[in-house]
Write a protein that binds this ligand. Structure first.
Ligand SMILES: [Zn+2]
Length: 171
């Protein structure tokens, strides 16, 4: 597992450990939901937590179901959370998703001023936060996000690998 941590005192590190075990719990529920959606869509699920760790948005990939090129899990979760927050700014929020956001979603998260982005598997082909290109560090990014990649990386990669393998054998 790869984590990116800030430097801090031990108290803060303790807090981060607690937070990360919480994030892992969320990731496990994301993986469960991804498997369900995997019957009709790429198994991707995203949730958004507010500053108190409450889930205010959830989305699964719905590109095929909705016939919507913007129907990525992150965008759907952002739309739902915006309605609940009644705001487009997410500085104090965290998004957790099982696959590294693509370039469209990475840009949307920068536009939304997301505080923290946590993802499981890296996407070396299309990832917008380090896998292929890191838009969060690009000079066009006016907002800096904290990014933690590789949370439960193996489990997250496995679900996607199985899904793509199945897709190939069906063709
Ligand atoms: Zn996307």
């Amino acid at each position: 597992m790869r984590y990116i941590f800030e430097n801090g005192n031990s108290n803060r590190n303790q807090q981060k450990k607690l937070n990360n075990s919480n994030f892992s719990k969320w990731m496990i529920s994301i993986l469960r939901r991804s498997k369900e959606i995997g019957k009709v869509e790429i198994p991707i699920c995203s949730i958004i937590l507010d500053e108190r760790g409450r889930c205010i948005g959830r989305g699964v990939n719905r590109r095929n179901i909705n016939k919507d090129p913007l129907g990525h899990a992150e965008i759907i979760a952002l739309r739902q959370a915006s309605l609940i927050k009644n705001d487009w700014r997410f500085n104090e929020c965290t998004i957790i998703t099982n696959l590294e956001p693509c370039t469209m979603c990475a840009s949307a998260l920068i536009q939304a001023r997301m505080g923290k982005v946590i993802f499981g598997a890296y996407d070396k082909k299309r990832g917008g936060l380090g896998g292929s290109i890191d838009l969060s560090k690009h000079e066009s990014a006016h907002h800096k996000m904290e990014i933690i990649g590789g949370l439960l990386e193996e489990e997250c990669s496995q679900i996607l690998q199985i899904w793509f393998k199945k897709l190939r054998t069906q063709k």
